[in-house]
Write a protein that binds this ligand. Sequence first.
Ligand SMILES: C[S@@+](CC[C@H](N)C(=O)[O-])C[C@H]1O[C@@H](n2cnc3c(N)ncnc32)[C@H](O)[C@@H]1O
Length: 263
Amino acid sequence: MLKKIMLVVTVAVLLAAVANLIAQDENNEPASPQTQRQRGVMGRGDRGMRRGPGRFAPGGADASLIVSSPMPKTEQEKKILDVLDDMDKNQRRGMMNVPVEDGRLLRLLTETVGAKHVIEIGTSNGYSGIWFCLALRKTGGKLTTYEIDARRASLARENFKRAGVDKMVTLVEGDAHETVKKLKEPIDVVFIDADKEGYPDYLNKLLPLVRPGGLILAHNINMMRGGRGSGIQDYVNAVTTNPDLETVFYLQGGGVSVTLKKR
Ligand SMILES: C[S@@+](CC[C@H](N)C(=O)[O-])C[C@H]1O[C@@H](n2cnc3c(N)ncnc32)[C@H](O)[C@@H]1O
């Protein structure tokens, strides 16, 4: 008799667990990796640029992103995306490039504000710079980018050339804390992605040149979470306590802060 009761209780518990799982799924709570793949969500670990809609991360580990992929509108755009794809696959080591999704965000913001002049601090091999150029082709703008490391600067020049965007880029070699002092022209978008301790200094030097309605973007804001980079902490304080500025944080990947200089 006792065995029968135990069996009935076990079956009831199992049925309740299954019903609970089904209810969770219907309420948009975490589903199985297979179900996530069927819905078109992907994990944070997904890297690389895959063309075409509806591609999914292997394993679907973390259902935090809905996938979309760059769809080239013209042959020239395809050529640039192919170079970015190649750099993503073959040049990342030691280059500290932004993740693909952050590159796409930079392009989108730049094109949206119709930027004519973008300043980038930290060129590396030109990966994020080329994402900016995708937008600048359309806005008729130009990129001025700063790099202290001669080897990376030289690689960036090669990459700008093979992407066919070299004519819209000025690469300034040297310590950007010094070289940006020569800037006089108005800026539409600033992207800070170099020495983390230097973020507040770059902000102080460049903010006066940013036009009202322009954007100041900074990368690796997530470093703050790990307690590293007090420069980033000071930077975040500066852009969140100034009433002339409005800042939001896009904290996927390395983390990008997006600051509007109010009109
Ligand atoms: C994170 S990487 C930039 C990655 C690049 N934005 C991309 O996504 O392709 C930072 C770069 O800043 C450069 N850098 C560091 N300190 C610098 C300084 N004081 N002036 C100019 N460049 C600097 C480094 O040499 C490095 O190449």
